[in-house]
Design a protein around this ligand. Structure first.
Ligand code: NAP
Length: 378
């Protein structure tokens, strides 16, 4: 099978480099176009990331994904284009080198919104990691195991804009990955979740590179990440929402979420401590563990290349999950949960962990693209 050519916008950044690494051995997609800021434009990709290479490839190689250098051979030689110069992407598309793009840009929301729309209007589908379009009504915010049916918004979005080939889908915030899928698995089994309190401990890589100053992070915890608590409290409601007969995505009304988001001195892996309250029907602890252990969804049933065998891994040890020991579980695409126990205030407590730059960003974006290919959108 000939591979689908992809472009990575923001390819030189923390998430962009992770895309390049994860895609180096991908069976369906091949990176043939890389773009970043005007600072990097004109350099070879290898030159552009010299001195700020995020991945040495060891984690990827350990899991049998990506390349062992972090740069796939040919990608290192590609010339980085200016992501703002759409004409370059259109030329690449005409040359068969950019059938769709992953967007991992760090710019103002308005700039990203306008740029992603311009790519979509030019017939280049966009799978975005940026928050700019997460609350655009006709843009699906995808977790492939939770709301694959939200791709039904794509024909509606195309109609709204008069686009024939292009469209935009987004990934949710990395902080919600460690608990949204476990919540969904319980909801799928008929257990309503009324409200929850979540405290996250988020890795430094979540802020990109160079990110948070080392002076703020060493021997310290920063109990504030701008905008993160609002995202954590609202994004799951869009993901759990349903599309009505008029083609409008209606957000779920519950659960009500209260979030505390903290930046901690961990390199990769966001941890979340959750206390939640069920509706009238309450599962036992053993039932919760069984539901999570057995949970599978479309990516597993259809064997998408980046899908973890089990989206949720339950650990029984009293002191797990831990970022260093558990973030790479199943290609770093599984959510690892542990400390599952009754709550003295609500009903259930647990700790969830997911790899923020892989499951929470590039790996999750690739899984969304695999879903889009499976459904015939790319
Ligand atoms: P990053 O390391 O700061 O990388 C930013 C990228 O954007 C670089 O490639 C940079 O190019 C490019 N860029 C910056 N200014 C630009 C401009 N004016 N025009 C064109 N390109 C420009 O950031 P990151 O952590 O990879 O995050 C990328 C996106 O993913 C952000 O929207 C972020 O919110 C989102 N995200 C990040 C994570 C995470 O765990 N890090 C998780 C989920 C979502 P140069 O190298 O040339 O400057």
């Amino acid at each position: 099978m000939s591979k689908i050519s992809v472009g990575v916008l923001g390819a030189t950044g923390m998430v962009g480099q992770t895309y390049v690494s994860l895609l180096s051995n991908h069976p369906w997609f091949e990176v043939k176009y890389v773009a970043a800021s005007p600072r990097s434009a004109g350099k070879s990709y290898a030159q552009a990331i010299a001195g700020r290479q995020h991945l040495d490839g060891s984690a990827a190689a350990k899991n049998g994904i990506g390349s062992d250098t972090g740069i796939a051979g040919n990608v290192g030689k590609l010339i980085v284009e200016d992501a703002n110069d759409l004409s370059k992407a259109i030329d690449a598309q005409k040359a068969g080198c950019c059938d769709f793009v992953f967007s991992a840009l760090e710019m103002t929301k308005d700039q990203i919104k306008a740029l992603e729309e311009a790519y979509a209007a030019a017939g280049i589908p966009v799978v975005s990691n940026a928050s700019a379009h997460r609350w655009t009504a006709d843009v699906a915010m995808l977790i492939a195991e939770v709301n694959p049916h939200h791709t039904d918004l794509i024909p509606i979005q195309r109609k709204n804009h008069g686009w024939d080939k292009g469209f935009i889908v987004v990934k949710p915030n990395c902080s919600i990955q460690s608990y949204t899928t476990p919540l969904w698995a319980l909801m799928q089994k008929g257990y309503e979740i009324k409200r929850l309190v979540v405290s996250t401990m988020q890795a430094v890589s979540g802020a990109g590179y160079p990110g948070v100053p080392s002076w703020d992070m060493i021997d310290n915890i920063v109990p504030y990440i701008g905008g993160e608590e609002e995202k954590s409290e609202t994004e799951p409601l869009k993901i759990f929402g349903s599309i009505n007969q008029e083609g409008v995505l209606v957000n779920a009304a519950e659960p009500k979420i209260s979030a505390h988001c903290n930046r901690v001195p961990v390199s990769d892996g966001h941890t979340a401590c959750v206390s939640l309250e069920f509706g009238t029907k309450k599962p036992s602890i053993e039932e919760v563990k069984k539901i999570w252990t057995e949970f599978k969804a479309l990516p597993q049933e259809e064997h998408f290349p980046s899908a973890p065998q089990r989206p949720i891994i339950v650990r029984e040890e009293a002191d797990r999950p831990q970022p260093r020991k558990d973030r790479d579980a199943d290609k770093a695409m599984a959510v690892v949960v542990g400390r599952i126990r009754p709550c003295t205030v609500f009903d259930l407590r647990f700790t969830g962990l997911s790899h923020n730059t892989i499951r929470g960003a590039a790996g999750g974006g690739i899984l969304s693209a695999e879903l889009l290919k499976y459904k015939g959108f790319i």
